[in-house]
Design a protein around this ligand. Structure first.
Ligand code: GLY
Length: 368
């Protein structure tokens, strides 16, 4: 079969996509004279088992690489794991010429990027995302970080990978819940910046889309649009001074739900599922604060509730959820700030909402 590839460059990051993405990775390693004895591959238990063999089969040169493995799941996204990895890199002779390849989902790319940014004051790294969340969002744009206690992504850096390769076939290894979770980031991307894609997604219905083969034209085109939008936003505002905040739609509530329900390290609630319910609450706030028409909000609400469970918290949890939101990185001056939408495809950033407004939105979610 012919292998397709598309290559682009954002800041200093080389992006390769398509069935030929791993071939592109091989060419990139040669073109950049990466010393094969200085390559480390970071995996988690799942990607070690499911994705590493695919990578090594296509790129046998990587058989020389040292493999680092962490357990799967959000609990390992910590300073402690970063320290373990730094010590492992040291003991295995890594130096400033080392290249770290992160083979995994958002946890692996966030943590691996953070480890790369700190080791010897910064070594090169490549992201090879294996999940939909990773390919649609997390692996692109150079946000790295770890959780602090139960709080998400409180320590980290903006540190670009030298390259990201999006190989669609890795997605075929994903369990359904992870596909559904990643799909929420695709929906978010449409809602904040592409009304045409949103209307197409909304018309199809989430249930039907999640049953479609990942190599269908629908998925391919939708993912391409999602990735190009993310690349554009990152190109314009790498360090999130303004426009990049749009990507946080659904995340202020979503992160609070994750922290509250999963505590330090649990993973009962997947990131995308939390963001989906976050978008219902923040869609409500968008209606109240930014004039999102009720009719549009109703469509969003129905779509998201059809694919994600909204009954994940009770009204008496609301004060604690709001408490968590004070830790959001977008906040300033002691207020809670949201990224909302005025219309599908049109986002607004830095919208201050009061506790009473947030409580009303959360009540709406829990009343269904
Ligand atoms: N995941 C949001 C961002 O990269 O800004």
């Amino acid at each position: 079969m012919q292998q397709t590839s598309r290559i682009t460059k954002v800041h200093r990051t080389h992006i390769g996509t398509g069935d030929g993405a791993l071939v592109q990775l091989g060419r990139f390693l040669v073109a950049n004279r990466m010393n094969r004895n200085k390559i480390f591959i970071l995996t988690d238990a799942n990607t070690h088992h499911l994705c590493l063999p695919v990578l090594l089969e296509q790129l046998p040169v990587l058989n020389h690489a040292a493999v680092l493995e962490i357990p799967a799941g959000e609990a390992v996204k910590s300073l402690q794991t970063a320290e373990t990895l730094w010590l492992e890199l040291l003991s295995k002779g890594a130096d400033r010429d080392t290249l770290l390849i992160n083979l995994g989902g958002g946890v692996v790319s966030d943590l691996g990027g953070f480890v790369a940014s700190g080791f010897k004051r910064g070594i090169r790294y490549i992201n090879l995302p294996t999940t939909l969340i990773g390919q649609a969002d997390a692996a692109i744009g150079g946000k790295t970080g770890v959780n602090l206690g139960s709080l998400k992504n409180q320590v980290g850096s903006f540190y670009l990978p030298v390259a990201v390769f999006l190989y669609p076939r890795f997605l075929e290894t994903l369990p359904f819940e992870h596909l559904r979770s990643g799909f929420a980031e695709v929906v978010k991307s449409a809602l904040i910046g592409d009304a045409v894609i949103w209307h197409r997604i909304e018309k199809q219905g989430g249930g039907r889309i999640l049953e479609m083969p990942l190599n269908s034209a629908f998925w391919r085109e939708t993912l391409e649009k999602t990735v190009s939008q993310k690349l554009k936003i990152v190109r314009d505002d790498f360090t999130e001074r303004k426009q990049r905040k749009k990507l946080n739609f659904g995340h202020t509530v979503g992160h609070a739900l994750e922290t509250f329900l999963n505590g330090a390290g649990g993973e009962g609630l997947l990131h995308g599922d939390a963001v989906a319910i976050g978008m219902v609450a923040e869609g409500y706030l968008s209606h109240k604060k930014c004039g999102l028409p009720m009719e549009e909000f109703r469509k969003m609400d129905a779509f998201l509730r059809a694919t994600h469970h909204a009954d994940i918290f009770k009204p008496h949890d609301i004060p604690q959820l709001i408490e968590q939101m004070y830790h959001d990185k977008k906040n300033a001056g002691g207020t809670i700030r949201f990224s909302l939408i005025r219309m599908p495809g049109v986002a607004v950033v830095d919208v201050v909402c009061t506790e009473a407004e947030i409580a009303e939105a959360l009540q709406f979610v829990s009343n269904g």
